[in-house]
Design a binder for this molecule. Structure first.
Ligand SMILES: Nc1ncnc2c1ncn2[C@@H]1O[C@H](COP(=O)(O)OP(=O)(O)OP(=O)(O)O)[C@@H](O)[C@H]1O
Ligand SMILES: [Mg+2]
Length: 353
């Protein structure tokens, strides 16, 4: 049984509507009657087709930042652009038509059937009934539900996780190039959440969109994000890939946020493809085998449970491609994000999370 490897991006993904670039430019949000801005001088870019995760403690401004993209909340100062065009200039319906939104609290309409929930935006766009039904069926299947049984049911008849799938389907209904997802998998248990995450990543490979994904679960952020933006009290503290964040947190806040076990977490963002394998000499024929797409986390775990320090690596049709040794894994975890050894760090007692 192989653990799914890190997210990979095979060439030749299909894409109906081309994904767009989103840029925050010194964005400020001040709510009336509040002394401190909810969002302060926020600047970052999300390249087309990438998933950018926004993460930070409760109240740090994630939802506010997200809702300014489709102007559910008005920007006080600065600007947000989509493919260079200011969201402040775009006509509101046109803006929102290009953006799928998954609400923090699911937000399905309880009095509407699943079909009508998914059809909300297409209805506004004037799609004929048959086209809406066909699209709703297609999307339900895509998110792992059963169109023949589920289209006519109401949200209250589904579990929390299923409702979240329907929420994702609804956000994708008009095939928007952008998706804003506010803690989309927050309401489900860890196992269901893991499945939803895997399903969404698979979906994202097939139907490429630019996604801003809010969470306050660091493991979810590391798994889902091409890039992760860490916010604190309205400010952006660091934006980086999962590996950079784990290897080089900019300050103690980020270091404690990603967790004292960040070395172990790096094992999950790398697969055996990131390791220089040693040629097989024949002497290790009795070593257990492992596939090349496996995460380092799983590889190391296998070494520990099998009581060995080396594994034979196989790569699909190519068969055995070499050997991985435990020290190659520990070396990678100890290197910085460019593969260079890290400078010796002073180690302080980690604070409990
Ligand atoms: N409508 C509002 N009026 C005044 N203050 C608000 C309003 N909405 C949010 N705030 C404040 O703005 C700050 C940011 O809120 P926001 O909802 O963006 O946080 P968040 O990071 O999404 O938090 P959570 O993780 O709890 O969802 C908070 O201090 C909040 O109290
Ligand atoms: Mg929020």
């Amino acid at each position: 049984m192989a653990e799914p490897a890190q997210k990979t991006r095979p060439a030749g993904e299909r894409s109906q509507s081309a994904p767009a670039e989103i840029a925050f430019r010194s964005v400020v949000k001040r709510y009336p009657g509040r002394d401190t801005p909810a969002v302060e001088n926020l600047s970052f870019e999300v390249p087309p087709g990438e998933i950018c995760v926004l993460i930070g403690p409760s109240g740090c401004g994630k939802t506010t930042a997200l809702k300014m993209v489709n102007r559910l909340i008005a920007i006080t100062d600065g600007d947000i652009t989509i493919d260079g065009a200011s969201v402040r200039q775009l006509e509101l319906t046109q803006l929102r038509r290009g953006i799928g939104y998954v609400f923090q609290q699911i937000g399905l309409f309880p009095h509407l059937s699943v079909e009508n929930n998914i059809g909300t935006v297409p209805r506004l766009l004037g799609w004929p009934k048959e086209r809406i039904r066909a699209r709703a069926s297609e999307l339900l299947e895509l998110v792992g539900l059963d169109p023949s049984a589920d289209l006519k049911r109401y949200p209250g008849e589904f579990s929390g996780g299923q409702q979240q799938r329907i929420g994702v389907a609804r956000a994708m209904a008009a095939d928007p190039p952008i998706m804003l997802m506010d803690e989309p998998f927050g309401a489900v248990d860890p196992i269901a959440r893991d499945r939803l995450q895997n399903d969404f990543l698979r979906l994202h490979r097939q139907v490429r969109k630019t996604v801003i994904f809010v969470t306050h679960d660091i493991d979810e952020a590391l798994k889902m994000g091409d890039r992760i933006a860490i916010m604190r009290a309205g400010h952006l503290v660091q934006i980086a890939t999962a590996d950079e964040l784990l290897a080089r947190p900019v300050d103690d806040f980020v270091a404690s946020f990603v967790g004292a076990d960040r070395g172990l977490k790096r094992l999950r963002v790398h697969s055996l493809r990131d390791i220089q394998l040693e040629p097989a000499s024949g002497a290790e024929d009795s070593s257990p085998t492992i596939t090349r797409d496996t995460t380092l986390h799983y590889a190391l775990s296998m070494m520990l449970t099998e009581g060995t320090t080396q594994l034979q690596v196989v790569d699909g049709e190519k068969g055995a491609v070499g050997v991985v040794r435990m020290d190659a894994i520990t070396k990678l975890v100890a290197s910085d994000a460019d593969g260079m050894p890290q400078p010796a760090a002073s180690v302080t007692e980690p604070s409990p999370r």
